[in-house]
Design a protein around this ligand. Structure first.
Ligand SMILES: NC(=O)c1ccc[n+]([C@@H]2O[C@H](COP(=O)([O-])OP(=O)(O)OC[C@H]3O[C@@H](n4cnc5c(N)ncnc54)[C@H](OP(=O)(O)O)[C@@H]3O)[C@@H](O)[C@H]2O)c1
Length: 325
C-alpha cells in the first residue's frame, strides 16, 4: 500500500484487497475529530471478552467517551435491541468484539455460531449503517483454507485478496459474517486477526502456563503455522487505522511466523520453565474441528499505514508476559 496516500483528502479504493484509505470516503464519517468538533463516542460490543475488555480499558485510559456492553447488557442476536441501543447511544464508532469463538464447539453448536457470527454481525452492520456509525469488526485467519502448499506459495501469509475457503464451521460463520457486513454498504473496517492473546481472557498462553504448573512434559502440535496477535497492539494499531481513515478489510497480527509448539517453547523460555516439550503432528491431537495448516496473515498493508507499529511476535510476547500478573 506504500505510496497510496495521494493526499489527506483523497480516498483510494483497492479493488484487489478491498480496503480504502483516506478521509473522503462516501458515506463515512471523519476519521478523527477536528478542532472544534465534538469528540468521538465509542460503543464496544462483547465488552467482557478478551479483546472487548482491552478496547474498553484503552479507551477509558485515554479519557474517551466509551460505553462497553457485554452479552448481559446487549445480546447482539436480538436485532431489535441492537437497533434500539444504537438509536439511543448514537455512537460514532462501534467496535464489535462479540462473537461465538469456541472453534470445536461450533461444529455441534453451529446454529449458535451462525446466530452470533453471521446474522447478528449483519444486524449490527445494518443498524450501524442506518445511524452512519463506523463499524469496526473482527474476523479471523480461520477464514482461509490453510493448505500446506500455501505455505510455499504465500510465505508472507495470505493476502487480504485471497479467496476465503474455511475448513471448519467457526471459520465459515466468520467468513459469512464478513459478507453480511460488506453487503450493508455502511462505513466499516474488518480486521482479520490470528492466534489472539490478551491479559483478560483464556488463550493459548494461559493454557500453556496452567499446564506447565500441572505437568513436566507437554505434547504440542508442530505442523500448524501462523502468527500470534496480542490484544494491546491490535487495539493500538486498529486505532491508528481508524485515525487514518482506513476502511475495508485488513489483516492484523504481530510480525513473523511460528508453530504452536515453538510458540509454547518461547513462552516457557521467557518464563524460565523447564517443561519438556514434545513436537507432535496435528494427527496426534485430534480435535472436532479441522484446523488450517497455514494461517499466517500477510500484514504488509497494515505495515504500510503511517503510524502503525508492528513488532516480531517474540517481542510482543515478552512484553505481554512482563505485564501478566
Ligand atoms: N481468540 C482468538 O484466537 C481469535 C483469533 C482470530 C480472531 N478472533 C476474533 O476476535 C474477536 C474477539 O475474540 P476474543 O478472543 O476476544 O473472544 P472472546 O474472549 O470469546 O470474547 C467474545 C465475547 O463475545 C461475547 N458474545 C458471544 N455471543 C454474544 C452475543 N450473542 N451477544 C453479545 N455478546 C456475545 C462473549 O460473551 P460470553 O462470554 O457471554 O459468551 C464474549 O464476551 C472475535 O470476533 C473473534 O472471532 C479471535
Amino acid at each position: 500500500m506504500s505510496g497510496s496516500r495521494g493526499g489527506q483528502d483523497e480516498s483510494r479504493n483497492d479493488s484487489m484487497s478491498g480496503f480504502a484509505v483516506g478521509r473522503g470516503e462516501a458515506g463515512s464519517k471523519e476519521a478523527s475529530p477536528r478542532p472544534g468538533q465534538a469528540a468521538r463516542k465509542w460503543l464496544v460490543l462483547g465488552a467482557t471478552g478478551q479483546l472487548g475488555r482491552e478496547w474498553v480499558h484503552a479507551l477509558e485510559q485515554d479519557g474517551e467517551d466509551v460505553t462497553g456492553l457485554g452479552r448481559r447488557e446487549l445480546d447482539i442476536t436480538r436485532g431489535d435491541d441492537v437497533r434500539h441501543v444504537l438509536e439511543q447511544l448514537r455512537p460514532d464508532v462501534i467496535v464489535n468484539c462479540a462473537a461465538y469463538t469456541k472453534v470445536d464447539q461450533a461444529e455441534v453448536e453451529t446454529d449458535l455460531a451462525e446466530a452470533a457470527n453471521i446474522h447478528a454481525a449483519g444486524a449490527v452492520a445494518r443498524a450501524a449503517a442506518a445511524t452512519g456509525a463506523l463499524l469496526v469488526h473482527f474476523s479471523t485467519d480461520y477464514v482461509f483454507p490453510g493448505l500446506e502448499e500455501h505455505r510455499r506459495q504465500y510465505p508472507e501469509g495470505y493476502p487480504e485478496s485471497f479467496p476465503p475457503d474455511p475448513v471448519n464451521a467457526y471459520g465459515r460463520t466468520k467468513w459469512l459474517g464478513e459478507q453480511q457486513i460488506r453487503a450493508q454498504n455502511g462505513p466499516h473496517l474488518i480486521l482479520r486477526t490470528s492466534w489472539l492473546c490478551g491479559r483478560y481472557g483464556s488463550n493459548f498462553i494461559q493454557t500453556m502456563l496452567r499446564l506447565a504448573a500441572e505437568r513436566d512434559r507437554l505434547r504440542v502440535v508442530n505442523d500448524q503455522y501462523g502468527c500470534p496477535s496480542f490484544t494491546g497492539p491490535v487495539v493500538r494499531n486498529t486505532r491508528v487505522l481508524i485515525e487514518q481513515g482506513v476502511r475495508g478489510t485488513m489483516h492484523i497480527s504481530s510480525g513473523g511466523v511460528t508453530t504452536w509448539h515453538d510458540f509454547a517453547r518461547e513462552i516457557f523460555r521467557l518464563r524460565g520453565l523447564g517443561v519438556v516439550l514434545e513436537a507432535i503432528p496435528t494427527s496426534g491431537y485430534p480435535t472436532p474441528a479441522n484446523r488450517p495448516k497455514w494461517s499466517r496473515l500477510d500484514i504488509r498493508q497494515l505495515a504500510g499505514v503511517p503510524g502503525t507499529r508492528i513488532l516480531p511476535w517474540q517481542e510482543d510476547l515478552e512484553q505481554f508476559l512482563r505485564e501478566l500478573p
